[in-house]
Design a protein around this ligand. Sequence first.
Ligand code: HEC
Length: 114
Amino acid sequence: MKQNNFFITTLVFFYFLGIAGFSFAAEKDSETGLIMEKGYELVKETCTVCHTAQLITQNRADRTGWLEMIRWMQDKQGLWELEPEIEKGILDYLSTNYGPLKSFRRPPLDVEWK
Ligand code: HEC
């Protein structure tokens, strides 16, 4: 019986650990999957008009990278001019919450350019 108690205690322990871990994780909007942090409404309003937010949540880039994607959509995909304030808010949000994952990147190639 002692063995069994230990097993149940361990189970309960990990169960609560799981709940704690879950509640500390950033909350995501159930509709779009966007992380609900400062600026997220702005992105939800502006960036889910033409495509789902999945294109955003599966992407990662630094501020310059996100700006390039916005410029590319403005150039080629009919995205309108964004108010400077709105663009700044969107870039703040994206670079903070969907910035590059440094630890998953391979080290740069050591290429000799000719
Ligand atoms: C006017 C329509 C429109 C709006 C508004 C729009 N996009 Fe897009 N976006 C597109 C189109 C079209 C594509 C290309 C989809 C495809 O390749 O299937 C795209 C692609 C993307 C991609 C994928 C780029 C890649 O390299 O694969 C990302 C990321 C993205 N959009 C982010 C955003 C963000 C952030 C916003 C808000 C600032 C936004 N989009 C608003 C039209 C739009």
